[in-house]
Every structure is written in structure tokens, then in C-alpha cells.
Design a protein around this ligand. Sequence first.
Ligand code: SF4
Length: 191
Amino acid sequence: MNLAREAIELLGQVAQILWFEGTKHGMRDREWMALRFLSRANRFSRTPSALASYVGTTRGTASFIIGELERLGYLERKRSAKDKRSVMLSVTLQGKKFLARDPVNGLVEAIAVLEEDSKIRLRDILRHVLDQADAAEQRHHTDVCKRCIFLREDRTSSENKTAEFTCRLFRAPIAETEVDLLCTSYEHHRQ
Ligand code: SF4
């Protein structure tokens, strides 16, 4: 139990690097979180409501964050061609470049130098912790599409060896390049 508590105390201190007072490179922690998320989110999650859910805030606060990122030239919103009431958010090229100054890059680099096995174990341990918290608190965390219970692999073409997928929740095709992207509607397999 002591080791578990020690690990959580360390995680809490890592969180202090993610959540900070004031601004870094002109942006607050929530704006950094939003830009980071939108650069990795799939098309179903690049919406104001999905952003609000990911950041853990109200729609009003999410709109404010979106407005700030737009004002800085890091984000643009487009009306959906299918449904004019829906908005799709996209990180601009300038926004992608600005992510090179993300305050969490130091943490990413500290993990990147670990052995491959250690990186996989660290990622899997964090997932285990989140999966357990989801089960205990009746919630679900955001994760990559390829682990989701709603993803169905349809077939693998023998000619070009590319897999084809369908999302059973959104009833939409998913390209192989999209399965590593983040989705706020992700649902993990429960034992
Ligand atoms: S399969 Fe799951 S993670 Fe992927 S788009 Fe559908 S709901 Fe999201």
C-alpha cells in the first residue's frame, strides 16, 4: 500500500507541471491542454462539446478557450458540410508549430529516453489506474480508438495489407490512420 501511495504522491507532483498558475509562452494550462488534445483528437472529438468534456469544463468555458486559440491563430472552426449547426475544430499549421513549446514537452522527453519496455509498462500502468477509476466512478476516460469496444475490424485487404474499420457507435468508417487518435467517446473493455 505504501508503494501505491508513494506512486500517487509522485503523480500528484507530475500533475503540478501540467496544471500551473498564470501563463507559459502566453497561454494558460487549459489552453495548452485544449491545443494538445485537438492536435491528437479524431474527427468525432474535434467539437466544442467534446473539448469541454476532455478539459472537464462547461461549454461556456470551452467556447472561451476556443476563442482564445482562434485569436492567437492556432485554431480554426469550420461548419460541417453535412450539418451546418455542427462545428469542427482544426489546429492550424501555426498551432502545430507552437506545440514545440508545450510546457509538457520536458515530461515527454524524460519518458522518451526510457527503454521501450519501460515506456509500454508506464503507459499500461496509467491506463490500468484510469480504467479502475472509470469503473469505480461510473465515468470513462479519453483514449485511443484502437482499444475501444465500439471499433470493429471489417477485413484486411490482402493486396495492400491495409485494415478497414467501422465505429459501431457513430456508424462510420474509420481509416487505419485514425485508430491511434484520441476519442472522448472511447469505451474500454470491462472484465
Ligand atoms: S470506435 Fe470508439 S474510440 Fe473509435 S471513434 Fe468510435 S467511439 Fe470513438
